[in-house]
Write a protein that binds this ligand. Structure first.
Ligand SMILES: CSCC[C@H](NC=O)C(=O)O
Ligand SMILES: [Zn+2]
Ligand SMILES: [Zn+2]
Length: 421
């Protein structure tokens, strides 16, 4: 087979072929690939390491006025795992079909944007001879998929980050099934809930009150009711799915299928369930906590619970902040105009149903939008057979050329206040 010439698509495929899936992401290979791609367009790339074995690549294109707050373009290096037996093509093969679909874990989430940032800059620099007024940084962070504790959280808290003087940031978004690009101005807040019930064990044939299983099952019913009510708001069209509180059971642990060896005749003394909860920034966490204590895991039923907020993080970061997606925020206006200038349409701004690294930067007061330029594309993040069409990928580069040139040319950044509320 003849060797394919280097192109934006082949550079995307090279990145997709690096196995960056948890639990053992190959960060080292990704760092060396990203560094060499950045250097090939004459950009400086440095590697920072805030936790051992978890490198972060920071690429910089200096502006002509480096005293202005900079633009940060973020993406994460890591991916969720893939089950190869459920895929049409091996998940790290980056196979391109005759229809132009490029199959790979990470093709939508979010290696596409990582390469598009660089390709857009490559074109601005070499085809358009563009010179940015503001400095542009690109960050490639580890560990987003597992909560960002050793990635974006530490990066955002670092001296190095402070020195970047970031005025505006773009992070990942989600594909759009229509012809309108989607943009996200807030993330839902993750909360991890574990509820436990204890009770007296007993013979499998006996009916008695307050077994651990019975009390856990009753709690599950109450929680399920709450979940149903939230979901009904979505089904009735009264709220977007990212605007309600989601509660989904993710594990159950109790008893044994063969406690006595062959017969299932022991009612267990402990039962436990885990839930993934996401709260929109508008929700009142204290109200939910009270509900959990009173109704979902009542002490009167020998139940206890544990909550971990903000994902797997040591400290709760306070209430999540949102970025103004309206004309009060000049960055928003520039962003919107740049999409239109690139011939694109923008959907009504949304909250992200899941959670991204953008939350760490919003907490610092940095206006941050979630955006991945993929229209007419099925949403396949974390699913089997994740793919992105080559034409969509290439169009995304054009969109970023418009966005990056507009944002980095904006000269009024020191004169307005924080664009977060
Ligand atoms: C709970 S913090 C983990 C972040 C993760 N991000 C993408 O899927 C998520 O579960 O939303
Ligand atoms: Zn992602
Ligand atoms: Zn993801």
């Amino acid at each position: 087979q003849e060797e394919e010439e280097e192109s934006p698509i082949t550079r995307f495929q090279q990145y997709l072929r690096i196995k960056t899936a948890h639990p053992n992401p190959d960060y080292e290979s990704a760092v060396s690939l990203l560094t060499s791609q950045a250097q090939s367009i004459g950009l400086q790339a440095q590697t920072l390491e805030f936790a051992p074995g978890k490198p972060l690549v920071l690429v910089t294109w200096p502006g002509t006025n480096p005293s202005l707050p900079s633009i940060l373009l973020n993406s994460h290096i890591d991916s969720v795992p893939a089950e190869p037996s459920n895929w049409l093509y091996p998940p790290f093969s980056a196979t391109r079909t005759s229809e132009g679909k490029i199959y790979a874990r990470g093709s939508q989430d979010d290696k596409c944007i990582g390469i598009q940032y660089l390709e857009a800059i490559r074109n601005l620099r070499f085809s358009h001879n563009f010179k940015p007024l503001r400095t542009i940084h690109i960050s490639y962070v580890p560990d987003e998929e597992i909560g960002g504790v050793d990635g974006s959280a530490k990066f955002a808290a670092s001296e190095e980050f402070k020195d970047l003087n970031v005025g505006f940031m773009l992070d990942e978004g989600q594909a759009s099934t229509t012809d309108e690009f989607r943009v996200f101005y807030a993330d839902r807040w993750p909360m991890r809930l574990i509820i436990k019930a204890v009770g007296l064990p007993g013979h499998g044939s006996r009916m008695y009150d307050n077994t651990a299983m019975e009390n856990l099952m009753k709690s599950m019913e109450v929680i399920s009711q709450f979940r149903g009510n939230q979901f009904d708001l979505v089904k009735a069209g009264l709220a977007a799915s990212s605007e309600v509180i989601s509660v989904n059971p993710v594990y159950l642990k109790a008893g044994s299928p063969s406690p006595t060896g062959f017969v299932m005749n022991v009612q267990p003394s402990e039962a436990e369930a885990g839930f993934d909860i996401r709260l929109p920034p508008t929700a009142e966490p204290d109200l939910l906590k009270k509900r959990i204590a009173d109704e979902w895991a009542p002490a009167t039923k020998n139940m206890t619970f544990q909550i971990r907020e903000g994902g797997p993080m040591r400290d709760y970061m306070g209430r999540p902040l949102i970025t103004a997606a309206n004309d009060s925020n000049p960055w928003w206006c520039i962003f919107k105009q740049a999409i239109i200038a690139a011939g694109g349409k923008l959907a009504k701004p949304e909250m992200l149903a899941s959670t991204s690294d953008a939350r760490f930067m919003r907490q610092l007061g940095i206006p941050t939008l979630g955006f991945s330029p993929m229209i007419e594309t099925p949403i396949l993040i974390h699913e089997h057979n994740e793919f992105l069409k080559d034409s969509v990928f290439l169009k995304g580069i054009k969109v970023y050329e418009s966005i990056i040139s507009s944002l980095s040319s904006f000269d009024g950044g020191n004169t307005f206040g924080s664009a977060t509320a």
